[in-house]
Unconditional design. Structure first.
Lengths: 326, 305, 321
């Protein structure tokens, strides 16, 4: 006797992560972070202090019943729930993330809703899932009316940004990013692999993965949150360095470069910890990114450059003071 | 910082001037957003020469966003999507310049509480990303004006600085109308107080820009007579007295944009190239735009008088 | 995967488990008007209920494969919508009438415990777990038709908005039950009403909470909610409802309060309320940890439990009274 239908095997997992600077003058301490992320009265916010302050909200579910995006124009209807949660790193970087898993096949008709609710985060196709085409459709971006997990991540972000704890005084201008991901099954016996990490237009990044069938969607979401966080750090520190005029400080405003770079030191430089909250199997996927283009290499080069700039400015300031007045 | 661009009447050069101010700020390295709340007649895309959105966008424009039909409004990166040959090569050391267009056929609509919350969401998000956000508002005491007055009085917006620019032409009717827009019973200050603004603070954040002002010292071409010049100087003097009487005198003027022939012909950005190499635009116009753009964040030009 | 050496307890979710019977049988609800009608009303009720309880017990035994099925009984008293009499007066009469009919009440619950138990706002937490059934076309944008305080089993009739100039007003359009088989049975349930900041939960909503409690699916920050308190025969019953535990264990030897399935024996007039309960339960995302514990334990016991929470509850309606 099978008491409970086993959940059918996952043919595709996909999600989207929004990463942005928390709009508050001070970084939130762990208790305020728990207050911000308390999406539900009856569920705890998960708090972690090693290797850095990290808070994660309970998951929320959103019901969907719509066509799936697909690259070949197939309009496969799917029904189920998308899981979303929010996370705050060092009280400073806010991420909202939505994801779902799609089994290879589903029933011909929509089931009673309660049957979907007992499988949170699963969106079932009606009939067979053209998983390769849907994976491409997800990464290319859904057409209007297609399943769009990004909207769900954005809805949660909007909800959090309305929280009264936030004074809406960001310490510096920053660029929010979006990271869309899709994970297809790896060949039998193969481990997980990162097929492609693309910097697309503006603030969009896409990640394509191959993973063993038993990989939990929540673990994949954790990996992609981690990738998104570090990509966001690179994006924003690059932007900060772009904005300063190098060379001798201009006569009228010698402190401009210091002012531009200081937020990086105050708020960002200590956040770099790739793979810290990712399962061991999936943390290995950082390998190829570290090899080429070398995320950590670029980060370290920029950190060095920021420190050198600040040192130079200190030296010049001391030098100016030492000069006799004309 | 938020900069609201308003005018009582159409044809004041509000959109074209504020687009030029946005462009000037971006050139100095600021990241700039330009939000087209000119419901009914979106023109910003034309000024920035973005062909895909000349009369607004097909979907996901600001109207759809405010009505809750889309989660995020479309954004157009001007440097990348413009057809203007000079703008396309993004000037060195310039900041981002991003246009948020309205929808095609959007028109004016009644705003509700939810639209207001969404407006606040949008302005706050832009504030995290951009140094300056220009909001071009439909002419007159429109829904757009009401909405941003309510939005800026919203508790969530308490830490977000904003300034108003009121554009008007240099004629008797325009001076009276511009004063009415601000000072009349249901004008910007009156409605602002009703929505919870502090009167002094709001007054301190409003400045006027006189647009398309002819130079009374300059004769009108070779045919210009001394009599004409004398008459113009007298009119100019009378208008100054009128403006002062209507509480929009020189002390609350942020800048004066001279009458610029090419803007009469074509609503466009005035670039350095237009002044220096092709010489189709006047240097005075460019100087005025640069100066007003600079004064936007120069506190000595703002505050209580 | 090799376990990590380092652990942080605040960083890991945990869910307390509760003991589970096979079946929880509800012997009735008591409202003020029932009590005012005198002990004869209770007597008639329990006489009607008795045979159905036997039948439910037999069915549970059959489902357990002929082994002894763990079955507990419970009774719910309304102290939420109307306050009447005292526990000291009501409870002994109730127990006597049940005993006279050959029934044992294992657990006694107060309805207000489904709203708030101790400091835990149970009803509010459950309300926050509603995930509305998406009508076709829901692709991730916030549902436009959400009606605060109401929950439907489908799409409501579109509201006639003031037509814009040059546009014609649209005629009436019917509501639509999402799971309709050809024709709709549309139901829209009021979950609560607010009166000057005071929220009153509706009877169907509290009944849905009650069902979740009986199914062992309520948790607060991972801890079990509405756990039974023992009753000592010598203590008697208090004079104030608030002094009575929200869930009282009257029978020392009773099987666990919570169960894989529930059965309620009620007069037919409760049918609309219980339809609403199903509509609510069908749209509540219960604690996944609690759900997994039930699945795990029932699997080990080789006892079938329906996936859908709404399908774990059943009713016997009797006519009259």
């Amino acid at each position: 006797m099978a008491p409970r239908q086993s959940t059918p095997r996952t043919a595709l997992s996909c999600g989207e992560v929004r990463t942005s600077l928390l709009p508050a003058r001070q970084a939130l301490d762990i208790r305020s972070a728990a207050g911000l992320l308390a999406l539900r009265a009856d569920e705890r916010v998960l708090l972690s202090e090693r290797p850095g302050l990290y808070a994660r909200s309970p998951a929320t579910l959103t019901g969907v019943d719509c066509p799936l995006p697909s690259a070949n124009g197939a309009r496969v209807r799917a029904v189920g729930t998308v899981t979303a949660h929010a996370a705050l790193t060092e009280g400073r970087v806010l991420q909202t993330s939505a994801h779902c898993s799609l089994p290879a096949t589903g029933p011909d008709q929509r089931r009673p809703w309660g049957e979907y609710l007992v499988r949170p985060g699963v969106v079932e196709p009606l009939g067979k899932l053209p998983h390769e085409a849907v994976a491409r459709g997800v990464l290319d971006g859904p057409r209007r009316g297609d399943l769009d997990v990004g909207l769900i991540a954005d809805g949660l972000l909007t909800r959090l940004l309305r929280h009264p704890l936030l004074d809406q005084r960001p310490p510096f201008r920053s660029r929010p990013t979006r990271l869309r991901w899709a994970a297809l099954p790896a060949a039998p016996g193969e481990g997980p692999s990162l097929e492609r990490f693309t910097l697309a237009e503006d603030e969009l990044r896409t990640v394509r993965l191959r993973v063993p069938e038993d990989t939990a969607a929540a673990d994949l979401a954790a990996l992609c949150n981690d990738l998104a966080l570090h990509d966001w750090l690179l994006t924003n520190v690059v932007r900060m360095l772009d904005g300063i005029r190098l060379g001798a400080p201009s006569a009228e405003d010698p402190g401009a470069a210091v002012r531009a770079l200081r937020p990086a030191v105050d708020h960002l430089l200590h956040l770099w910890m790739p793979g810290a909250r990712v399962t061991r199997e999936l943390a290995a996927l950082w390998g190829p990114l570290e090899e080429r283009p070398g995320f950590t290499r670029q980060w370290q080069a920029m950190v060095q450059r920021i420190r050198d700039q600040l040192t130079l400015h200190t030296v010049q300031a001391v030098h100016r003071e030492a000069e006799p007045a004309p | 910082m938020l900069v609201f661009a308003a005018s009582d009447k159409g044809g004041t050069g509000r959109s074209v001037t504020s687009a030029n101010l946005a462009y000037q700020r971006a050139l100095t390295g600021d990241h700039v957003a330009y939000v087209d709340f000119d419901f009914g007649s979106p023109t910003a895309a034309a000024v920035f020469d973005v062909p895909g959105a000349m009369r607004g966008v097909e979907e996901r424009g600001l109207h759809s966003y405010l009505e809750g039909e889309s989660a995020e409004p479309v954004r157009i990166d001007v440097w990348r999507q413009t057809e203007h040959p000079l703008l396309r090569s993004r000037p060195n050391q310039s900041g981002r310049l991003v246009l948020f267009p309205g929808d095609i056929g959007g028109g004016e609509f009644a705003t509700g509480d939810e639209a207001l919350e969404r407006c606040v969401d949008l302005l706050l998000r832009l504030n995290t990303e951009f140094d300056v956000t220009f909001v071009d508002l439909s002419a007159g005491r429109s829904y757009a004006v009401d909405m941003v007055l309510a939005a800026t009085a919203h508790p969530r917006m308490r830490n977000l600085p904003f300034r108003w620019l009121i554009f008007h032409r240099w004629t008797r009717q325009h001076v009276i109308a511009a004063s009415g827009l601000v000072h009349a019973e249901h004008g910007i200050i009156g409605s602002g107080i009703e929505r919870g603004h502090d009167e002094d603070a709001l007054r301190a954040a409003i400045r006027f820009v006189r647009a398309a002002v002819p130079d009374p010292e300059a004769p009108l071409g070779p045919q210009g007579s001394t009599a004409q010049a004398t008459w113009m100087q007298a009119r100019d003097e009378a208008l100054r007295r009128l403006a002062a009487e209507y509480r929009i005198g020189d002390s609350v003027v942020l800048g004066i944009v001279p009458l610029e022939p090419i803007l009469q012909w074509h609503e466009q950005l005035i670039t350095e190239d237009d002044v220096l190499s092709t010489q189709i635009a006047n240097k005075e116009t460019l100087d005025a735009l640069e100066e007003i753009a600079r004064r936007l964040t120069d506190d000595t030009h703002w505050g209580r008088l | 995967m090799t376990e990590s050496v380092f652990r942080e307890t605040t960083a890991e979710p945990r869910t307390q488990s509760v003991p589970l019977a096979h079946l929880s049988v509800e012997l009735g609800h008591l409202y003020m008007e029932d009590f005012e009608a005198g002990p004869e009303r209770l007597r008639a009720h329990f006489t009607e209920v008795r045979p159905w309880v036997e039948a439910a017990r037999a069915a549970a035994t059959a489902r357990a494969g002929g082994k002894r099925a763990r079955v507990s009984t419970c009774f719910l008293i309304d102290d939420y919508f109307t306050r009447f009499s005292t526990p000291a007066e009501v409870v002994p009469t109730l127990l006597a009438e049940a005993e006279r009919a050959g029934l044992t009440i294992d657990y006694l619950a107060r309805e207000s415990g489904c709203a708030v138990t101790g400091k835990i706002p149970v009803a509010e937490s459950v309300a926050a777990r509603i995930v509305e059934s998406p009508p076709p076309g829901s692709h991730g944008l916030r549902p436009p038709a959400a009606q605060t305080g109401w929950l439907a089993n489908g799409e409501r009739s579109p509201v006639a908005r003031a037509p814009q100039a040059m546009k014609r007003a649209v005629g009436w359009q019917p509501p639509h039950e999402t799971a309709a088989r050809r024709h709709s049975v549309f139901l829209d349930v009021e979950l609560w009403s607010d009166d000057d900041g005071d929220r009153t939960w509706s009877c169907p909503f509290l009944a849905a909470v009650w069902q979740l409690a009986r199914l062992g699916l309520l948790r607060n920050e991972g801890e079990a909610v509405l756990t039974p308190q023992p009753h000592t025969a010598t203590a008697g019953f208090p004079d104030r409802w608030d002094d009575l535990p929200t869930l009282l264990k009257l029978n020392d030897r009773a099987d666990p309060f919570a169960a894989y399935r529930t059965c309620s024996v009620l007069p037919t007039r409760f049918l609309p309320v219980e339809h609403a309960v199903r509509v609510i339960l069908d749209q509540i995302e219960v604690d996944p940890g609690a759900l997994a514990q039930v699945a795990d334990r029932s699997g080990k016991e080789r006892t079938a439990v329906p996936d859908s929470v709404a399908d774990r509850i059943s009713y016997v309606y009797y006519a009259g009274l």
